[in-house]
Design a protein around this ligand. Structure first.
Ligand SMILES: *Cc1c(COP(=O)(O)O)cnc(C)c1O
Ligand code: SF4
Length: 360
């Protein structure tokens, strides 16, 4: 058992995260007018970035791809038609508080609203976590619901970031899931190995490797610069523990919408034992319009990427559409656009309907 002091390390790292614009600008040698500019955006979704992330940003470069992912800007507060608070219909898919069942066989459990890194494009930035949180009784009712559904064979722990749970809660949750006979896999969706690599300590590794069910960890990396020394070491350790590692990315304007960058990302991930899983088109959540890549550009980038990579390093390019029974492949999105150029307004209407349902 590691010593108490050692155990506290990642919590200290989390507490020491940068959480305000003046500190961020000072630390990165940025123009202080940025401070005033992003203040309103930061009031609705706070800035938060651990030092492990900050260290990978190039000082003095306002266009740094890692900075762009976390920097609150005025662009977020503009009115954005076709962008809404629940672009993927999550609220409509809630079975018990925090348990989303959208796709056959899989249930997604939102175990916490907290994240180590606050990504400005996050589709759950508007999710009402206050009502979906992991108080033990909420988790219990989710576990009971899963136990009563033999058709569910995989549980996905998500959030927020499930690896921000303390060891005790995570252990309890994983054991409870290990005890449900009809489950075949536990999947965790987490950005922690990248955003707060010190969390991947011996205790966490023991927790993740101990149980009956195979663990699949899907991390999120959008740019090769995110894979610094600490993150790389964390991933290598997890892989050595026999955990299946996959990566998802979001295609983001000003961050990674280039075949060169995405090629490098896939190759770097492979070298660390991580296979590319999904490349998501942006979910149109309020405040994220400045990250949107036009569909024609997405198609071009993806075509060029496909030509550059062996098939097994090519992520599946998908969008999430409310009401669909799986993620939607890019080719389908493209076809929908060609067949129904008014698709945008239809999905807006559907979103409005879903939002109205969520309120009653
Ligand atoms: C994305 C998602 C899943 C997982 O989908 P896979 O295609 O299996 O990765 C499951 N449930 C919900 C609600 C999701 O949004
Ligand atoms: S880590 Fe994931 S859930 Fe958390 S803010 Fe970033 S994208 Fe959203």
């Amino acid at each position: 058992m590691p010593k108490e002091a050692e155990r506290g390390d990642w919590r200290a790292d989390l507490r020491a995260s940068i959480r305000d614009l003046p500190t961020l600008c000072r630390r990165l040698d940025l123009d202080p007018t940025q401070i005033a500019a992003g203040k309103r955006a930061a009031a609705s979704f706070a800035l938060c970035a651990p030092h492990a992330w900050m260290e990978l940003i190039e000082p003095g470069n306002p266009d740094d791809p890692l900075l762009r992912q976390i920097l609150p800007t005025t662009e977020e507060t503009r009115i954005q038609a076709t962008f809404g608070p629940d672009p993927v219909g999550d609220r409509h898919a809630e079975q018990t508080p925090g348990l989303l069942c959208k796709y056959p066989g899989r249930a997604l459990l939102l175990v916490t609203g907290a994240c180590a890194l606050h990504c400005r494009y996050c589709f759950r930035r508007c999710f009402p976590f206050a009502t979906s949180l992991n108080h033990r009784d909420r988790a219990l009712s989710a576990i009971r619901a899963i136990a009563a559904r033999p058709d569910i064979n995989e549980v996905i722990l998500s959030g927020g970031d499930p690896l921000l749970l303390n060891d005790h809660s995570l252990d309890w949750l994983l054991r409870a899931l290990d005890g449900i006979g009809h489950l075949k896999r536990i999947r965790l969706h987490s950005r922690i190995p990248i955003a707060l690599p010190s969390r991947v300590d011996d205790n966490l590794r023991a927790l993740l490797t101990g149980g009956r069910l195979p663990r699949v960890l899907v991390v999120q990396t959008n740019h090769p610069h995110e894979l610094g020394e600490a993150a790389s070491a964390a991933l290598t350790r997890l892989r050595a523990d026999g955990i299946t590692l996959l990566n998802q990315s979001v295609l983001l304007h000003g961050v990674n919408a280039s075949p060169e960058i995405l090629q490098t990302l896939s190759e770097r991930l492979f070298a660390l034992g991580v296979l590319p899983y999904y490349l998501h088109l942006l979910d149109r959540v309020t405040g994220s319009a400045h990250f949107a890549v036009p569909l024609a550009t997405c198609v071009k980038v993806v075509e060029q990427l496909r030509a550059r990579l062996p098939g097994y390093l090519m992520p599946r390019v998908v969008a999430e559409q409310p009401g669909a029974s799986s993620k939607t492949p890019l080719e389908h999105v493209q076809r929908q656009q060609q067949e129904r150029p008014d698709q945008g307004s239809r999905s807006r209407a559907r979103n409005r309907l879903a939002n109205r349902r969520a309120r009653v």
